[in-house]
Design a protein around this ligand. Structure first.
Ligand code: FAD
Length: 509
């Protein structure tokens, strides 16, 4: 049966309809199908995966050897609630943390081999999972495995099919979805519906309403897909409540034109300065991008010298290199993956290890005015539009901090304090990216969508970043990679709950 043809103008039926085939939706589809439901996934794009294919890490509390997993869960739960001053839904947070406990065997049963990574900092080593390698990390690998499992379980995918409206039957129960595929209307009757539409960074009206500082800001670039908040709009149209919509996730000082230069920029041994030539953050912390938001033009420049560049290239310090090495892949495989990603971006295509590609890319980008290479800080300051005296002062102060082994302004870990004394010097212009919004549709711990009286709307579930979960005004750095981690775990819970509801067997509390 050709699903595309089937989609044209026909009326379809499923036990569970999943809107959005990204991080949460694919997992929800598998979880529902594993419970025996007939599942249909509506995906607006031509391909599955959503923003999740970009995810390098996946948060999970899986227990360390010799430690009590309950104590670990309690610890993360308390930290999360403390970070949010208990203003978020404690039972939702608890459900997501608990659900992550058996994620590893669940993924392994689908042929994946997740392992721990310290990509997000050594402090989090026990809880962030990875598999695959840069640039194709765990999100890409999981998406591939979920699509394969969906095929095995008979899940139907309708691509280029954008859900537009929820259909409500008697007693307010959600009974289906109206969608549009190739300009034609399509109705899918459903026992239950899961919204997993991935946030609203691409909807200026919603940004203005819920995240006004990020609305119409020319200094902020989109770091992911321009999702429109369709799920939030459809759910609120039928009376769903919204909850703390906040926590835009900013990317770490991303350089969108080159994956290889991003590896340099992300390195904790670099220094970052603003347009005035002043340092403004501890460059080694994951959430440093938030401090870039406060800088003039929301712009920064990553500075290195020849010696730091070589140190990064020789993998002395790079957490990314660690990740690559742990993946136990041969260099030619890594190279090919990096080449593929560069090819996708239409940039320089090399045939060498990533270090060689990065070296060439520095010069390639310098020709395009995005990088400055010079033996003179004065020339670099002029290129940045900064006061040369101020920039030189910053460098001298930083070098002195390196000599004394103490950064008395930002308390950067001394192992990352590398002086800039060996020309040529490199300055890479960096931009701030808004990657995803977090929060929106109010849910309970079964991922049921709640109305304004806090009662579940029968038959309606939400998962992923368009549902409210663990974030308050900013992305909680104490739970690294929880955007994707919670998408996966909320997807699993939503899939199971929605399948049970559709079969009339939901065990509620
Ligand atoms: C560059 C980048 C890197 C990231 N790295 C990480 C990381 O390392 N770790 C981490 O935890 N998080 C990371 N994230 C965030 C992570 O990708 C998201 O948290 C995760 O993808 C959320 O899953 P989701 O299912 O809610 O949304 P998505 O994965 O974006 O899926 C939403 C899907 O819904 C579809 N859709 C939208 N509207 C409709 C409609 N009306 N009808 C049908 N389909 C629709 C979309 O096309 C999309 O496929 C990263 C994000 C970006 C952009």
């Amino acid at each position: 049966m050709n699903p595309e043809r089937e989609a044209r103008g026909e009326k379809l039926a499923a036990n569970v309809v999943v809107i959005g085939g990204g991080g949460a939706g694919l997992v929800a589809a598998v979880a529902a199908a594993e419970k025996g439901a007939r599942v249909t996934v509506l995906e607006a794009r031509r391909v599955p995966g959503g923003n999740a294919v970009n995810a390098i890490g996946l948060f999970a509390v899986i227990g360390d050897k010799g430690t009590d997993i309950n104590a670990q869960r309690d610890d993360y739960f308390k930290k999360t609630m403390g970070y949010a001053h208990w203003r978020i839904n404690a039972r939702v947070v608890r459900a997501l943390i608990n659900k992550s406990g058996d994620l590893v065997p669940w993924l392994e049963a689908k042929g994946l081999k997740p392992e721990r990574t310290d990509f997000f900092g050594p402090v989090h080593a026990s809880v962030v999972l990875r598999c695959g390698t840069i640039p194709e990390g765990i999100g890409y690998e999981v998406a591939k495995a979920m699509v394969k499992t969906c095929e095995e379980l008979g899940v139907r995918f309708l691509y280029r099919t954008r859900a537009k409206k929820l259909i409500v039957g008697r007693e307010g129960r959600v009974t289906g979805v109206m969608a549009v595929a190739k300009g034609k209307e399509l109705i899918v009757d459903a026992g239950s519906v899961i919204i997993a539409t991935g946030g609203f960074v691409g909807n200026q009206r919603l940004l203005k309403k819920f995240l006004p500082p990020y609305h119409d800001d020319d200094d902020i670039f989109l770091g992911g897909l321009p999702h429109k908040g369709d799920g939030l709009l459809m759910a609120t149209e039928i009376g769903a409540a919204t909850e703390i919509i906040a926590a835009p996730e900013m990317s770490v000082n991303r350089f969108p034109w080159s994956s290889c230069l991003f590896i340099i920029i992300k390195h904790p041994g670099t220094i970052w300065v603003n347009k005035n030539g002043e340092r403004f953050t501890d460059e080694s912390v994951h959430e440093a991008a938030n401090s870039q938001y406060r800088q003039p033009g929301k712009t920064s420049y990553t500075l290195i010298d020849e010696k730091i560049k070589e140190a990064i290239f020789q993998s002395d310090l790079s957490p990314i290199d660690d990740t690559i090495l742990k993946a136990n892949m041969t260099l030619d495989v890594i190279e090919e993956k990096i080449r593929q990603s560069i090819r996708k971006e239409g940039l320089f295509v090399g045939s060498s290890p990533w270090q060689t590609i990065a070296e060439k890319d520095l010069h390639f980008q310098a020709d395009r005015g995005r990088v400055k290479i010079s033996s003179s800080w004065e020339e670099i300051a002029q290129w940045m539009g900064a006061d040369p005296v101020a920039l030189k002062g910053t460098i001298d102060k930083y070098n002195a901090a390196c000599s004394q082994g103490h950064d008395d302004i930002f308390a950067k870990d001394r192992k990352y304090l590398l002086p800039l004394r060996t020309p040529p010097y490199y300055a890479i212009r960096c931009y701030l990216n808004l990657m995803v919004t977090h929060g929106g549709i109010k849910i309970n711990h079964n991922m049921e969508v709640l109305d304004k009286r806090d009662s579940p709307i029968p038959g309606l579930y939400a998962a992923g970043v368009e549902a409210a979960s663990a974030d308050l005004e900013t992305y909680n750095p104490g739970l690294p990679a929880h955007g994707y981690g919670f998408a996966v775990n909320s997807g699993r819970i939503a899939g199971e709950s929605a399948a049970e509801f559709a079969s009339g067997k939901q065990d509620k509390y």
